[in-house]
Design a protein around this ligand. Structure first.
Ligand code: NAI
Ligand code: MG
Length: 484
């Protein structure tokens, strides 16, 4: 591995924080400090925003031929692919997810994402509009300007790519603040962007904490838009703080997604799907199917098979091939997850399996795959986002009951439906208040398919070219008199 990136990335150069401050980033599987990283505070955010502003004035970026912009994005995808082993190892060290997930799922999707948006870069155009009078009217789609991107720790590089790729494809400049738990891959992304030829200031990366670096970005008068992924609570703060400067805001927030298993489903597939739904990525997934709704006639059978599958999820060293559940990202998150386990027990849910911590060589933040059954929709474990490998299984009576329970949440990010009845599947998909519905599958993503929330799961969409245009461009209407 080349040197571990640990300074701020501003205007295509490494920089220390003005204050000299640094913070430790830790490997959650071992508790060891990977490196200390420069900690951006408001004065550093100022410099990064200035660099981005300068890039927006620089003809090298502002007037860049769109085909060239596309080519740069494609080259960045190539560079990410060429460095995939290193990036995946950094991601796993920082986040605790299995190397398999980092290398075989996250990295390929990041590469695909940059290629997809490379294809968008030279297809951003307005329209000609038939208006009254002797006038020609047309629209231009212009970049919004400087985009502040704030990302969480669960899919550090992927979620950065979801926003950085479309923002750059549409000609904006970016200041990216990665989560303090997992800043490393974002820094390498900045460095690789420079290596393939993005002009200085187009992509700046400022690791730091939310209330300082994050808030400074949100409040900055020279930042035109904020694209945020993280908790619903912080999303609300971001929206409030962005109001003073009337920034364009998009929020991809939490969820409590229902995974609905009907009695006529292929039960084996449904068990597998429910299992990936909640245990993939240690359950630290915004779209995690954390509420598993099961129709009465198959309820007992399902719970037994689901619990058996949970028990087979090997907890261990994320670098080991046999490991299915890596380490929870931080000690703080581990405490939060264990707190929910206690709350489930206290509120009378039946702990079927898991609910315990684990260690590897006496170290690390591990939790066993946990299944609670006989959960009622009122319990905290059925209402609040846990963000850990904890499933809440809830029985239901019929279609209406399932839909009613599924929608009884402040969230609306995703849902799963398992049934062999085609009509029922599509009907339920229409009734669910969520931005994504998976039928007889779960956790599918594609750069071309929009992803985002209903209700308090936020607004604005990531992925897909239409969403990119909506978020990262603004429309200018140009009028021309034809009679003079
Ligand atoms: P968080 O929402 O605090 O962190 C997400 C990002 O927001 C990080 O980059 C953080 O530094 C930044 N941030 C925090 N406070 C900020 C502020 N005042 N202004 C601007 N930026 C700020 O999430 P946290 O505390 O790490 O996790 C808490 C819970 O949030 C988790 O247990 C989970 O339920 C949820 N979460 C949801 C995510 C999702 O993908 N929807 C991702 C991460 C967490
Ligand atoms: Mg936080």
């Amino acid at each position: 591995m080349s040197e571990i990136p640990n300074r701020l990335w501003i205007a295509n150069a490494w920089a220390d924080a003005r204050s000299g401050a640094t913070f430790a980033t830790t490997n959650p599987a071992t508790g060891e400090v990977i490196t200390r990283v420069a900690e951006a505070r408001s004065e550093d955010v100022d410099l990064a925003v200035e660099a981005a502003r300068a890039a927006m004035r620089d003809p090298a970026w502002r007037r860049m031929n769109p085909h060239t912009r596309a080519e740069l994005l494609w080259k960045l995808a190539d560079a990410l692919e060429a460095n995939a082993d290193e990036l995946a190892a950094l991601e796993t060290a920082d986040n605790g997810k299995t190397y398999f997930e980092s290398r075989k799922v996250d990295l390929p999707s990041v590469v695909e994402n940059f290629r997809y948006f490379a294809g968008v870069a030279d297809k951003v155009h307005g329209s000609t509009i038939p208006v009254a009078g002797p006038h020609l009217n047309y629209t231009l789609r212009e970049p919004v300007g400087v985009i502040g991107i704030i990302t969480p720790w669960n899919f550090p590089l992927s979620l950065a790519a979801w926003k950085v790729a479309p923002a750059l494809a549409t000609g904006n400049a970016v200041v990216l603040k990665p989560a303090e738990q997992t800043p490393l891959t974002a820094l390498r992304l900045g460095e690789l962007a420079a290596q393939v030829g993005f002009p200085a200031g187009v992509l700046n990366v400022v690791p730091g904490f939310g209330p300082t670096a994050g808030s400074a970005l949100v409040r900055h008068p020279d930042v035109d838009a904020i694209a945020f992924t993280g908790s619903t609570e912080v999303g609300k703060t971001v929206m409030r703080e962005a109001a003073d400067t009337l920034k364009k805001v998009s929020l991809e927030l939490g969820g409590k997604s229902p995974n609905i298993v009907f009695a006529d489903a292929d039960l084996k597939e449904a068990v597998k799907g429910a299992s990936t739904g909640i245990f993939y990525g240690k359950g630290e997934v915004c779209a995690a199917g954390s509420r598993v709704l099961v129709e009465r006639p198959v309820y007992d059978d399902f719970v037994a098979q689901f619990a058996a599958r949970a028990q087979s999820m090997t907890v261990g060293d994320p670098m080991q091939k046999s490991t299915r559940l890596g380490a929870i990202v931080s000690a703080e998150q581990l405490e939060r997850v264990m707190g929910y386990v206690e709350s489930g027990k206290a509120e009378g849910a039946r702990l079927v399996t898991g609910g315990e911590r684990a260690t590897v060589n006496g170290k690390g933040n591990f939790v066993k795959a946990t299944v609670f059954a006989d959960v009622t929709p009122e319990m905290r474990i059925a209402r609040e986002e846990i963000f850990g490998p904890v499933a809440a299984v809830i029985p239901f009576e019929d279609v209406d009951d399932a839909v009613s329970i599924a929608n009884r949440t402040i969230y609306g990010l995703a849902a799963g439906v398992w049934t062999r009845d085609v009509g029922k599947a599509h009907r339920v998909a229409q009734e669910i208040h969520a931005g994504t519905v998976w039928i007889n599958t779960y956790n599918q993503y594609d750069s071309a398919s929009p992803f985002g929330g209903y209700k308090q799961s936020g607004f604005g969409r990531d992925l897909g070219w239409e969403a990119a245009l909506e978020k990262y461009t603004q429309v200018k209407s140009v009028w021309v008199a034809l009679d003079r």
